[in-house]
Design a protein around this ligand. Structure first.
Ligand code: HEC
Length: 397
């Protein structure tokens, strides 16, 4: 019996070898050579111990039990998460897999997910358990915060006074919640009489570090207060958040331009119960000077359905710059344009969003509720620079 099996095996190999010459053996993807590089580049920033991914994927032993789930998630393009749609906009932080990376994972899974020789394994990227942005200049701490025992959506509003003696220019910022298990998001805003409110960074599954292009920075005026806008889902238990931390790095040389936060938003929201396609247009933002748009930071809540940003040129031509056809309030990304988009003087940026307050929306906590502004928002933030600004020449603002 054992002898016969061996014989059959040999025959099978021979048939394979003749029907698929060359390819069969050497093109079969292995974990160490073909799959690990993809996971290390695209997955382990979240799928590692201490991060938000539900399981670590940093080794063959860790990935092996998840092969079917990984195959399904990458084939359906739900992992890595990303909301913007092609072909609108090219974003430098777009994490999606290429078609060939997806095909590699599919083939690897279909061929029995072999490990491959250990010598092929690339080194795991050195993702510090600390900060993704590198070593910060300062770390500010929001302090402990008691979260009320509600199932979900407990909001925190925490002010942090800064004590810098002069204006600072933020080149990188990152937010780390005290506990990721029940922190849904943490936004950091600068509050200042002169510049009003400006968002500098935010944490949510998907968000985190933010770095500006060379020569561009966010102004942190002397004496400004940072405000932490927290959203917790404490799951019905009272919790004590040990404290959200904010890491900042400041410009070492003089910056040329300030990244200005603006928005095309709308507070006039009143969604009827059960309405499946409620529309609101954000107040258009008009560029007073020739400018360049850097990033988009759209925000809606559970009933958000889709959102689009359009630039309307002075001659009326319209160009869509960001399209999110399926909103998911759990993934709050900054969409960083690979090439800043020129917005000439007199052009307007306009956001249009829809909400689904019907039972068909799986995130909807209550389709029978009429929903005003507050529980739902249209905050179509973006950042831009003014072309003529050159602080290094002291021509200012
Ligand atoms: C931005 C963070 C992030 C990145 C990057 C990311 N994931 Fe995930 N992943 C998550 C989170 C959070 C969940 C759980 C919530 C969910 O499913 O939406 C998840 C869920 C999954 C699941 C489902 C697990 C289950 O319980 O069935 C699989 C499989 C998966 N990820 C694989 C991947 C792979 C493969 C990659 C890279 C190609 C990747 N993820 C990249 C955050 C991430």
């Amino acid at each position: 019996m054992p002898l016969r099996l061996v014989g059959l095996g040999v025959v099978t190999v021979a048939v394979l070898a003749t029907s698929r010459p060359a390819m069969a053996a050497d093109a079969a993807p292995t974990f160490t050579k073909d799959v690990a590089p993809i996971l290390f580049e695209k997955c382990v920033s979240c799928h590692r111990t201490g991060e938000m991914g539900p399981m670590p994927l940093t080794s063959f032993a860790e990935a092996r039990p998840w092969v079917r789930a990984i195959r399904a998630a990458v084939s359906a393009r739900v992992m890595p998460p990303w909301l913007s749609d092609d072909p609108v906009g090219t974003f430098s932080n777009d994490p999606r897999l290429t078609d060939s990376q997806i095909a590699t994972i599919q083939r690897w899974a279909d061929l029995g997910s072999p490990e491959g020789p250990v010598r092929d394994l690339p080194t795991l990227p050195a993702l510090a358990d600390g900060w993704r942005m590198g070593t910060p200049d300062v770390v500010l701490d929001g302090g402990a915060f008691t979260v009320a025992a509600q199932p979900r959506s407990v909001y925190g509003d925490i002010d942090i006074a800064t004590t810098f003696r002069e204006d600072r220019y933020i080149t990188s910022a990152e937010v780390r919640p005290g506990n990721k298990a029940y922190t849904h998001h943490a936004n950091v805003l600068v509050k200042d009489d002169a510049i009003g409110q400006a968002r500098i960074a935010s944490y949510s599954p998907g968000g985190g570090a933010k770095t500006y292009p060379a020569g561009v920075a966010k102004l942190l005026p002397k004496g400004a207060t940072l405000n932490l806008d927290m959203h917790y889902n404490p799951g019905g238990q009272s919790r004590v958040d040990p404290g959200t931390r904010i890491a900042l790095s400041f410009a070492k040389r003089q910056v040329r331009q300030i990244a200005i936060t603006a928005q095309s938003s709308n507070n006039q929201i009143d969604i009827p119960a059960g309405e499946a396609n409620y529309e609101r247009v954000g107040r258009p933002f008009e560029f007073k000077e020739d400018s360049h748009i850097l990033t988009f930071n759209p925000r809606m809540n559970e009933r958000g359905k889709d959102i689009r940003y359009t630039l309307v040129y002075p001659d009326g031509t319209r160009k869509q710059l960001l399209s999110i056809p399926k909103w998911n309030y759990g993934w709050v990304f900054s969409y960083v344009l690979a090439e800043p988009v020129a917005a000439p003087r007199g052009s307007r940026l306009e956001a249009v969003a829809h909400w689904d307050n019907s039972a068909a929306n799986k995130f909807n906590p209550d389709p029978t509720a009429r929903v005003p502004f507050g529980p739902e928002i249209l905050n179509a933030y973006f950042e831009y620079t003014i072309d003529a600004q050159d602080l290094t020449r002291n021509t200012q603002n």
